[in-house]
Design a protein around this ligand. Structure first.
Ligand code: SF4
Ligand code: SF4
Length: 108
């Protein structure tokens, strides 16, 4: 199962990601961020397919997409160097977007 992580302090609430998600996975959260907007989050029970359209669309690179190593390798057509350290096909690995940890570094 794929999933996304939104860095709430990077989101400006523009809803571009919401408009492109083919599975209607995204909604506004109920807590304001530093911009005074309600950042995007994944809906409870959402069935994210890891298509990455939300991350590609986001102008602020606020979304990180994770897929299983097996799914990511299948999409990348072979043995991706990024995934050689994965412990198993079912390990969740970054697929698209910036890593949230890098966001935190930039904000520090
Ligand atoms: S990766 Fe695709 S399915 Fe998942 S939340 Fe983003 S746009 Fe929706
Ligand atoms: S596209 Fe990016 S900035 Fe706009 S609402 Fe979605 S996550 Fe927030």
């Amino acid at each position: 199962m794929s999933r996304i992580v939104v860095s709430p302090e990077w989101c400006k609430g523009c809803e571009l990601c919401v408009s492109v998600c083919p599975k209607d996975c995204l909604e506004h959260s109920d807590a304001l961020n530093r911009y005074g907007v309600y950042p995007i989050r994944m809906r409870a029970g959402a069935e994210c397919i890891g298509c990455s359209q939300c991350a590609v669309m986001c102008p602020d690179a606020a979304i990180e997409v994770y897929r299983t190593a097996k799914e990511s390798n299948a999409t990348r057509h072979g043995d991706c160097p990024d995934l050689r350290g994965a412990a198993s096909d079912n390990e969740i690995v970054p697929f698209a977007g910036r890593e949230p940890a890098k966001h935190e570094e930039a904000l520090a």
